[in-house]
Structures are given as C-alpha cells and as structure tokens.
Ligand binder design. Structure first.
Ligand code: FPP
Length: 257
C-alpha cells in the first residue's frame, strides 16, 4: 500500500484497530542493560543491534509494514566522545552483517536525519544501503540517525520559506499536508503505534509531528532484551485502544443527539 493510500487522521475511521501498519520504536535502555551487568555502555549498544535484528525479523510476521527506529538523536552528540564513536559505528555493524539478507527479503532501508556531522565513510555506507534496497517494498525499515523531530520540522519550514522567497510557493500553500510532505518521513504513513521500552515515558524529540494520532505504549524491558514477545505484547495493548482521531465513537453520536 502506498503511503498516500493510508487514511489521513481527519478522514480515518475511528474504532478498535486490528494491527498497526507502522510501528516506531525508541530503542532505549542499552546503557542500563550494560551497567546492570558491569559492562561498558558500548556493549549495551552492540546488544541493542542484536535486538534490532530480532525486531526486524519479527515485525513483518506480525503484519507490520513500516518500522521506524530511533538510533541516534541530534542530542546524543552530547555523550562522551568514545560512546558517540561507538554509536556512529552501529549502522556499519548492522549493514555489514545484514544488508544482503534485508535486500533479499524485500526490505527497503531508509536512513532519516541530518547528514551533517556524519563521516564520509558512514554516508557512503548509508547511501549504498538505500540505493541497493530502493525498489524493495515488502517491508520498510526507517532508521532515524542524527535525527531530531524539532530539527526536522525547522528544516521543512526553512525549505518552505525559501520556496516562498523564490516565488515557487505562496504562504497560503502551507497546510498540514504540505509540511508533512517536506519532512524526512514523507513517503511513510504516520506511525500508528510508538513504543518505548526501558520504563521511560517520553518521546525525546522522536517523530513529534508524525506522532499526532499515534498510540503510545511504554514497556518495562530494556532494549537489548527486546524480542518478538515484547513486540507482540505492544500490539496487544494497541489492539485494546479506541482510536478516535479527535472525533467521537459512532455509537455516541445518537447520545449527543
Ligand atoms: C538509548 O539507550 C539508545 C541509543 C542512544 C542508541 C540506540 C541504538 C541501537 C539500539 C542500535 C542501533 C542500530 C543501528 C543500526 C543504528 P541509552 O544509551 O540512552 O540507554 P540508557 O537510557 O539505559 O542509558
């Protein structure tokens, strides 16, 4: 299904959702996982890559078509240099071991976020992974890397302002659809479900615009321990939600009379 075929929140039918098409995950808890074992935090991040592999394998089996994961935020540069270096090495670690299989299985890989600050080698690896899987559409894996929701909105607004300044667009052209189409996530439907493991309950600058009508599920497991059973539990919680998109349930319309 193309992203444009997904009902927009305004036109969506409300009610009990079956299963989410697009799941987004804040992969949190690597540091605590390592500390609990007396290991350096870097090993927690490496274990996090293994959890990502398990989740990518489990998601399509659960009828998920889009998975967006938060791998490195624009604020993560504030961590110690050695940890940043380890985090920068994670996409390479992942692509080296998995890109061939991902491609074979029809997974389209996209990396969203700022390119500035990433090394030439990492950018080449990202570009290769994206180009190689460009025509796949069985499953979509978006990796948010050097990504910040606020930065992405600012970037889109700036590009729109530039278009106005050069006469390509006028201020009246700006609406929710236009801005949404200028974000890094354009081409993906909005996430139906955002999951955050590790017990923290916040979005931390992840998909701020796109989260408008997402259901949020927080789980008490650290990311490196995450697996198919945790994803299934998140889907079960999602299935119990009543998605109304700001409207009211149809059986309440008469009562409003
Ligand atoms: C947050 O946990 C996690 C990160 C900053 C990195 C997440 C990255 C991965 C799980 C692997 C990503 C793989 C690719 C391919 C990009 P934390 O370190 O803040 O944990 P803490 O809250 O317990 O300290």
């Amino acid at each position: 299904m193309a992203a444009s075929e997904k009902p927009s929140p305004a036109g969506a039918s409300s009610g009990n959702p079956a299963s989410p098409l697009h799941v987004a995950i804040v992969m949190d808890g690597n540091g605590r996982w390592a500390q609990k074992r007396g290991l350096p935090r870097t090993l927690g991040h490496r274990a996090g890559v293994e959890a990502l592999k398990r989740t990518v394998e489990a998601a399509p089996k659960l009828n998920i078509r889009w998975l967006t994961v938060f791998g490195f935020s624009t604020e993560n540069w504030n961590r110690p240099a050695a940890e940043v270096a380890e985090l920068m090495a994670l996409p390479r670690r992942y692509f080296e071991s998995d890109i061939e299989r991902l491609d074979r299985e029809g997974v389209r890989v996209k990396v969203i976020g700022r390119r500035e600050g990433l090394s030439a080698e990492l950018l080449r690896m990202i570009d290769d992974a994206q180009a190689r899987t460009e025509t796949n559409d069985k499953f979509h894996l978006n990796i948010a890397f050097n990504y910040g929701g606020q930065a992405d909105i600012v970037e889109a607004a700036r590009r729109f302002a530039e278009d106005v300044a050069t006469g390509r667009r006028s201020p009246g052209d700006l609406d929710e659809q236009m801005l949404g189409s200028m974000l890094a996530t354009s081409g993906s439907p909005p996430p139906d479900l955002i999951v955050r493991p590790s017990g923290e309950q916040r979005l931390s600058n992840f998909l701020l615009w796109e989260a408008a009508y997402a259901e949020l599920v927080f789980q008490d497991v650290l990311w490196p321990d995450y697996g198919a059973e945790h994803l299934e539990a998140a889907l079960k919680a999602f299935a119990g939600r009543d998605r109304r998109y700001g409207a009211i349930a149809t059986d309440n319309v008469l009562a409003t009379g």
